[in-house]
Structure formats: C-alpha cells, structure tokens
Design a protein. Structure first.
Ligand SMILES: [Zn+2]
Length: 212
C-alpha cells in the first residue's frame, strides 16, 4: 500500500467530491424524472472499471475476515450492499466511544458526531480523520451518489449526503454492518450480527451485484 501519496490523493478526491459536488446541485434544466445530470455511457463504463479494480484489491482483506464476518457484513463491506434500515445494531446506539472499520479496525467515526437522522442507519455529521475515508462517485442503481469507503482496506461503508446538521452540513449514512463499536473504556462490542438478522437482501435489488 503506497501510503503517503495515496492518502494525499485520497484527501484531494474527497475534497473534490464534497465541495465540487455539483452532483448535488439542483439543476433547473431537468427535463424528466431526475434533477441531476444523466449518467453518460462513458461515465458508466469508467464506474464499472473502477468497481472491478476495487473488487480485485479487496480480495486479500476478504480472505482475512471471512471467518469473522457474517453473510450480511460480507455483502455490505465487499459487495457494496445496504442493510435494511432500522435493522442494524448501531442505528439506535448511543454509547460514548468510537466506531472502527469492521474489516481492518481503522478508526472512522466518534460517537460525539453521531446523530439521529431518522433514516434507520447510523448517521454522523463528521469523521474522525478525513484521510481515513475514501469518497468515490457511485453511479449504481442509476443514481448519482457519493460512496464512502474505508481508505485503508477499501471496505464499503455507506454514502455521504449534503443534508446533515451543522457545522459540516454533511450526513455520513453508514451501515452498521461496516462498523465495530469500541466504548470509551476500550470495551469492544463483539456481538456479531446485532439483532440476529441474517438478512442478505440488498434492498432495491443491487442490479450490478453479480458482476464482481
Ligand atoms: Zn477498513
């Protein structure tokens, strides 16, 4: 892993994705159902290629954690799946501590920045360290979104939206399945699978799921 330069590049991409997100700007010229620019064929191809590359680079991590994670976690972390809302173990979790990447243990979010967004997924308005996340444009399901990944292992975490509270105005909408809570006293929540859900549905049907 080429660390320093990768982190710098990551931060630059992150900044661009967030600030330059004309992605989110409401277009007044929207002809039909969507108010965002249509996804071009070239963009779609580049997106597919990027996903393929990411899938290749996550093979090593997959191997390391396949005995530790359940089917739902594997699907979310490595298949960019989404857990059904209000089912994960952290959407309604209010203890003090921090949340790590469940795959590699990188520190991602602090409980002080967690808030109740009403979405049914753990929501944070900030991140522990910007460089600990990697942001990528996500064109799956025919939508333009910004995907949030762990910068260390590439695990899929969720998406970031610009409808969060101040001071950042951001909403990091994260799957419980991608997180591992560590309490302030260092106690790790080892209960896997949370509320006993062995549900591997990707709601909305992850159309491209079978490709990698
Ligand atoms: Zn990670």
């Amino acid at each position: 892993m080429n660390t320093v330069s990768a982190l710098v590049a990551t931060a630059a991409v992150a900044a661009a994705a967030i600030t330059g997100a004309g992605i989110w700007a409401k277009s007044q010229t929207s002809p039909v159902e969507t108010d965002r620019p249509a996804i071009t064929q070239q963009e779609a191809l580049q997106f597919k290629e990027r996903k393929r590359e990411m899938a290749r680079s996550s093979e090593e991590w997959k191997d390391k954690v396949k005995d530790k994670l359940d089917a739902n976690q594997m699907n979310v972390c490595f298949g960019a799946g989404t857990e059904p809302p209000f089912t994960g173990k952290y959407w309604d979790h209010h203890e003090k501590g921090h949340y790590e990447c469940t795959v590699c243990g990188q520190n991602l979010f602090d409980s002080n920045t967690k808030y109740d967004s009403g979405s049914g997924w753990p929501s944070f308005y900030d991140v522990v360290e910007k460089s600990n996340l990697k942001l990528e444009e996500d064109l799956s399901l025919g939508m333009r979104r910004v995907e949030v990944l762990c910068s260390n292992c590439g695990s899929h975490l969720g998406h970031v939206f610009e409808d969060g509270p101040q001071p950042t105005g951001l909403r990091y909408c994260i799957n419980s399945a991608s997180l591992q809570f560590v309490a302030e006293d260092g106690t790790r929540d080892e209960a896997e699978g949370g509320e006993g859900q062995e549900d591997t549905t990707s709601e909305g049907g992850q159309g491209s799921g079978g490709e990698y």
